[in-house]
Write a protein of this length. Structure first.
Ligand SMILES: Cc1ncc(COP(=O)(O)O)c(C=O)c1O
Length: 421
């Protein structure tokens, strides 16, 4: 028996009950051919595909219940309000927040981080204060903090990593001090797949008197999230990476912190009373939700949460881990291929370079074989700089992917090597 076959067998033994073929039936987009080949979708870290449950919920809202929320006494408004608010309740369960009022609807993780940097940051950060981020952050967890630091004369400090793509906790410890106001770190890296030890990191930050924001954009689709067990102060995620639609996400914040923060945007719904002299603000969570929100998106997002909850995050994580083991083993057999990101704790992301072949060429040849991967800097240019590569090819996997699709990727990469030999 070849080692790859045995890797596949032992990997699939990890999750014997996972019926991936049944699950694939729920994702209409997967049933197509691209350039005459069956689509292999390995770009779920950029955005995940949507099951019928999500597509149908959005369609039903527009066909049957469409109305603006919160302000109407009529039946349609009540139905749409109930459906939208139901998603907040589902999110509370999904993340184990204490209360629905701690969950703010935002456009996505980017807006969640900007909300905290802008609202909490402007009030609480002064010249000489420090914000700690990590070397593997997505640009959306770098730039808002940089903007805040520029405005306030504060300092951005960066936790370094080792060559596997793991954060150096002893260096992190040294960065924490009396001027540290906030630690903002990814739960899972989009470019490397590293799962950071955020529980420990949060404890360390709290020990130094700092708050912690976790960027959960890449963790929420793969791992069970429990904001209370983590003791996270803020935790944000994007609906579209979690099998829901684009333009919707969640910012979790501890109520006492959110209550003390000024509003992020002004407008309808976030007020209690308005006169030309003075405005009083609404209670949580509405204080942070100005204007008509993405109602259809919120309802679709709720359907996505139901969908993954029905399958079970534990089962999803176990199956994806078996895919990751199999894929890692298979890719490492390709001569000249170097994996970028080999952390001991990893989510199902395979980022790599092949000697002498530009990632864009790899992506283009794979696309001709129906295989969708992402090439570039993955909105994490400092990660590319750290590994001294201009870009990588990233195959990001989800629970609707199969071992056979990984075989197709390996065959595709052999083809790439033939073309550029
Ligand atoms: C780790 C990480 N953080 C934040 C984001 C931003 O998410 P969004 O573009 O949905 O706001 C992404 C998107 O790729 C991400 O991977």
């Amino acid at each position: 028996m070849s080692t790859i076959t045995s890797a596949r067998q032992s990997a699939s033994a990890v999750s014997p009950a996972f019926d991936v073929e049944r699950i694939r039936e729920d994702f209409p987009v997967l049933k197509q051919e691209i350039h005459g080949k069956p689509l292999v979708y390995f770009d779920s870290a950029a955005t995940a595909q949507k099951p019928f449950a999500v597509i149908d919920a959005i369609r039903k809202f527009h066909e049957v219940d469409c109305a603006n929320i919160h302000r109407g006494v009529h039946e349609l408004s009540q139905r749409s309000t109930a459906a939208y608010e139901e998603t907040r309740t589902k999110t509370r369960k999904f993340m184990n927040a204490r209360s629905r009022t701690e969950l703010i609807f935002v456009r996505g993780a980017t807006e969640g981080i900007n909300l905290v940097a802008s609202s909490w940051g402007r009030k609480n950060v002064a010249a000489g204060d420090e914000i700690v981020i990590s070397a593997m952050e997505h640009h959306s967890n770098i730039v808002p903090w940089q903007m805040l630091c520029d405005e306030k004369g504060a300092k951005l400090r960066v936790i370094p990593m080792n060559d596997r793509g793991e954060l150096l906790l002893e260096e992190y410890e040294k960065l924490l001090g009396p001027r540290t106001r906030m630690v903002a770190v990814a739960h899972v890296s989009n470019a490397l797949g590293t799962i950071n030890p955020i529980r420990q990191m949060i404890e360390m930050a709290h020990g130094a008197g700092a708050l912690v924001l976790i960027d959960g954009a890449q963790a929420a689709p793969h791992l069970k999230i429990d904001v209370q067990a983590l003791d996270a102060d803020f935790y944000t995620l994007s609906g579209h990476k979690l099998f829901g639609p684009t333009g919707i996400g969640i910012l979790y914040g501890k109520a006492k912190l959110l209550n003390a923060m000024p509003p992020y945007q002004g407008g309808g719904d976030m007020i209690q009373t308005v006169t030309f002299e003075k405005t009083t603000y609404n209670d949580l969570p509405y204080k942070f939700e100005a204007g008509t929100p993405n109602i259809a998106g919120g309802i679709g997002f709720g359907a996505g949460l139901d969908y993954v909850t029905r399958i079970g995050m534990d089962k999803i994580a176990a199956y994806e881990h078996s895919l990751l083991l199999y894929g890692t083993d298979a890719l490492l057999r390709i001569p000249g291929l170097r994996l970028i990101g080999t952390a001991r704790e990893k989510a199902a992301v395979l980022s790599f370079v092949i000697e002498g072949i530009h990632p864009h060429d790899i992506g283009t040849v794979l696309d001709r074989q129906g295989i969708a991967v992402r090439t570039g800097h993955h909105c994490a240019q400092p990660v590319m700089d750290w590994f001294h590569v201009p870009a990588t090819t990233r195959a990001s996997l989800s629970f609707y992917n199969t071992f056979g699709e990984i075989d197709a990727l390996v065959a595709g990469l052999h083809k790439v090597k033939e073309v550029f030999a």
